[in-house]
Design a protein around this ligand. Structure first.
Ligand code: BTN
Length: 263
């Protein structure tokens, strides 16, 4: 595996320092977890041009062709309760949405909990993994895959996926995107850490929520129900109104789908 460690690359305070740039790797999340076990520091970023076993949520594969897209994972060592760690994925979603908006000018939205959508189609997925014991987080790895230069998608995701180039109509700069995302992340992460929840970020998150006031179907394997999504709570749960009651949906447990489309 060819690799290069570049510390001065990103104009951020700590996120992305150091930064490892890999030609190819099985999965940037796996690589980040491996170096975390060896003592790598908070803020370390892994960027790869290609992944041979890119991982998506729920055990799915994440297609990772060479050079087309951003595949990256950050290693964090937050001093937080393990129960609060899943909200970091919402924090990352806000940073990606802002970074893309800033660099491309596109209107980005978040499909709860952490897909980034443009014009109702997915441009980014996030996979967060954690190593913890009772009361202590050892580390968190947030993996981000962004469709940047793809011109076409496999049949099964053609209706639901898009890329930044396709949406913007111009070639987007990967380095600018990466830098803007981690700059934004630093601010949101600081807000999150003060309370270990989304209370300071909830309103801003809800303003970008693609599912807000939309009909959704909540599926958790054993059962499913339909309702109207109304936004997130300070704990990052999705509020879903159904049959006169409001239910709290936690990420990780369930999948939320739009009834009339992907969102
Ligand atoms: C999803 O299913 O929406 C999450 C996709 C996450 C993909 C990214 S690409 C970089 C990082 N490495 C992986 O193996 N997965 C994540």
């Amino acid at each position: 595996m060819e690799q290069e460690k570049q510390s001065g690359l990103l104009r951020t305070s700590w996120a992305g320092k150091p930064c490892y740039r890999l030609e190819n790797v099985d999965s940037t999340n796996e690589y980040a977890k491996k170096i975390a076990e060896q003592g790598a520091e908070h803020g370390t970023l892994i960027l790869a041009k290609e992944q041979t076993r890119g991982k998506g949520r729920r055990g799915r594969a994440w297609m990772s062709p060479k050079g087309d897209n951003i595949y990256m994972s950050i290693l964090l060592r937050p001093q937080i309760e393990p129960n609060n760690a899943s909200m970091l994925t919402l924090v990352a979603a806000m940073a990606v949405a802002e970074g893309i908006r800033e660099v491309s000018g596109l209107k980005t939205q978040i499909k709860w909990p952490n897909d980034i959508v443009v014009q109702g189609k997915k441009v980014c997925g996030i996979l967060t993994e954690m190593s913890a014991e009772v009361g202590k987080v050892h580390y968190v790895v947030i993996g981000i895959g962004i469709n940047v230069h793809n011109r076409d998608f496999p049949q099964e995701i053609r209706e639901t996926a898009t890329s930044l180039d396709l949406q913007a109509g111009t070639r987007q700069d990967q380095t600018e995107l990466v830098e803007a995302i981690w700059k934004a992340f630093e601010g949101y992460y600081e807000s999150y850490c003060k309370t270990q929840d989304m209370s300071a970020l909830q309103e801003k998150y809800n303003r970008q929520l693609a599912n807000c006031d939309q009909a959704v179907k909540v599926l958790n394997g054993e059962y499913s129900y339909e309702g109207i999504a109304r936004g997130i709570t300070p704990k990052g749960e999705l509020l879903v109104e159904t049959e006169g009651e409001t239910r709290l949906v936690s990420s990780g447990e369930v999948s939320v789908r739009g009834i009339y489309g992907y969102v």
